[in-house]
Design a protein around this ligand. Structure first.
Ligand code: MN
Length: 356
């Protein structure tokens, strides 16, 4: 298990590489060029600038996350071929700079969704990301973006600023009536386009789950259950076609047995990397994020790390979202302190399991 930390780059992360390097057992970052739009080629120069900084800090950069997939690929427009060609170029460029795993997601239109980005945890005064489907009040995405503009509520729809409302409306229209299976066929087309390059360059693609782990706004979603990932690995036989199992995303639905899912795909060699965090269920489609400790949430971290140890011990993992504690301010979910505690806890579990 290679312990890593998400890092958004020196221009947009409140956490420095030196701070990351000082966390015990930290071997590298999961990297991201946050200024790249979906569909753009990541140039070698841009990649070298980022990885050069990481390497200079004594850390590896073998995993990149969120090389975002263009909406034309997900919705299956003819223009997708151009964007797939760009993606192939990005894979080659990343491989030339030592990247082994690329995390992506195939969620139409929206990435993760929360209804509060800083929900107070009354027991200890910390705060964390929170979701309650009831708070959506039957609102559609357009209404939520409008309300976000009014800054009256804590909603976040990443990537959809209010000034892009017209574009959002057009994009949503493209998915009207699309079934999960049609979306899956668009994923197959994408994988068939890129996996030959992955094979040639030794790069693994790891698909991140839908977050939360159910369809939202009536849009099709295809990565939120064991059955979904069975279908995903069946789309293409390449061992480079894998899952990035995110325990918090999948774990937002209590029906998902996370250790069983890790064991299933770990044994198949189809776990590309993992995000590990805990979640506290508060009701139907209602949860908040918790510290990593098993007893603070509803996921069994021992069983999760044991499943990694037994079936996919060589993967990269990272602590995922943390709470905001000790008066830290920063990007919601991505402060230093609680994630550093999470990494240390996961390393402790790993040592205990390894030695027992
Ligand atoms: Mn995740």
């Amino acid at each position: 298990m290679k312990m890593t930390f998400r890092w958004f780059g020196s221009r947009s992360d409140s956490v420095t590489l030196q701070q990351i390097r000082q966390i015990p057992g930290m071997t590298g970052v999961m990297g991201f060029l946050d200024y790249k739009a979906a569909g753009e080629v990541w140039t070698e120069q841009e990649i070298a600038a980022y990885t050069g900084e990481v390497h200079a800090a004594g850390l590896a950069c073998e995993v990149i996350e969120s090389v975002n997939v263009h909406e034309d690929i997900k919705s299956g427009l003819p223009s997708r071929n151009e964007y797939i060609e760009n993606y192939r170029t990005t894979i080659r460029n990343l491989a030339r700079h030592g990247v082994e795993v690329i995390v992506y997601n195939f969620m139409p239109v929206f990435d993760w969704l929360r209804t509060d980005l800083a929900r107070l945890i009354p027991e200890d005064g910390s705060n964390s990301l929170y979701f309650n489907e009831k708070d959506l009040d039957g609102m559609g995405p357009l209404e939520i973006v409008r309300r976000t503009a009014e800054a009256s509520r804590g909603f976040s729809l990443p990537g959809w600023e209010p000034e892009r409302l017209a574009e959002l409306e057009a994009t949503l229209k493209r998915y009207e009536g699309m079934t999960a299976d049609q979306l899956r066929q668009n994923l197959r087309y994408f994988l068939e386009g890129i996996l030959p390059v992955c094979e040639e360059y030794g790069v693994t693609m790891a698909c991140h789950p839908d977050d939360p782990a159910w369809p939202i706004f009536g849009l099709p979603r295809i990565a939120h259950s064991q059955a979904d990932y069975e279908a995903l690995v069946a789309l293409h036989p390449s061992p480079r076609n894998t899952a990035c199992l995110c325990t918090g995303s999948l774990g937002s639905n209590p029906a998902n047995d996370i250790p069983a899912i890790i064991r299933r795909f770990g044994q198949m060699g189809r776990v590309g990397c993992m995000h590990i965090r805990n979640v506290k269920h508060l009701g139907y489609r209602h949860f908040r994020e918790a510290s990593h400790l098993s007893t603070d949430g509803d996921l069994d971290m021992y069983a999760i790390v044991k499943a990694v140890h037994d079936t996919c011990p060589h993967i990269h993992v990272r602590p995922d979202h943390g709470r905001m504690i000790w008066d830290e301010t920063g990007r919601p979910g991505y402060g230093l302190y609680d994630r550093a505690l999470g990494a240390t806890y996961l390393n402790g579990l790993w040592e205990a399991i390894s030695k027992s």
